[in-house]
Write a protein that binds this ligand. Sequence first.
Ligand SMILES: CN1CCCC[C@@H]1Cn1ccc2ccc(-c3n[nH]c(N)c3C#N)cc21
Length: 242
Amino acid sequence: MRVDIVSIFPEYFAPLDLSLIGRARANGTLRLAVHDLRGWTHDVHRTVDDTPYGGGPGMVMRPEPWGEALDALAPAELTPPRLLVPSPAGVPFTQAMAHELAAEPHLLFACGRYEGIDQRVLDHAATRMPVTEVSLGDYVLFGGEVAVLVILEAVTRLLPGVLGNAGSLTEESHAHGLLEAPMYTKPATWRGLPVPEVLRSGDHGRIARWRRDEALVRTGRRRPDMLTGLDPQSLDKRDVAA
Ligand SMILES: CN1CCCC[C@@H]1Cn1ccc2ccc(-c3n[nH]c(N)c3C#N)cc21
């Protein structure tokens, strides 16, 4: 997978040299480049923003630098990338979207700042590539960079070979429509608190049922909304009785 990121704060993405993403870049699974939007400005002050038409607070990101950046990173003669634009007005980012994006050959992220990017940038881009405005959640950030870090981590971990234990992908929260069950490791008792006996029983059927029950209870308490979408057929008879 190829990923291009455009931002006025490219240094925000230094963490992408670390850990599993860093390893995915080193072994070629992920070909990632970060670009400074100011590289597509031509004035001495490298201006990327201006006052909003119609008035109002703050500044808006000018269309010209963005247009040149997207032209350079998504040239007409190549297969167009999928353009992702973090925004509080975007569609919610979900694990399902992470899987969808993990199947894309080329992602192009546009990180806005100030009050956002001139709308015409997105409208013009949409004439030649898929454009998705995406939101992390119902809260307000300073800009799109943090959202790109989150999205990239969620997507990269789904790429083949990135996670050593691919089995964990099937057992984690949101992978099977529930929050994951509590996890424990040694020691068997810590500050007087024991590990649940079932997890030390060696009875894998009992352990799987216990984890499923705990996941259902935890999901019902913390995220009842996730249960409404659950296929009842996926619950065994005991789950329904619980
Ligand atoms: C505060 N300021 C004036 C109001 C409008 C937003 C603006 C700040 N801002 C500029 C670009 C930009 C991109 C993403 C986000 C963002 N906030 N919350 C999310 N879940 C986000 C995502 N993903 C915020 C951004």
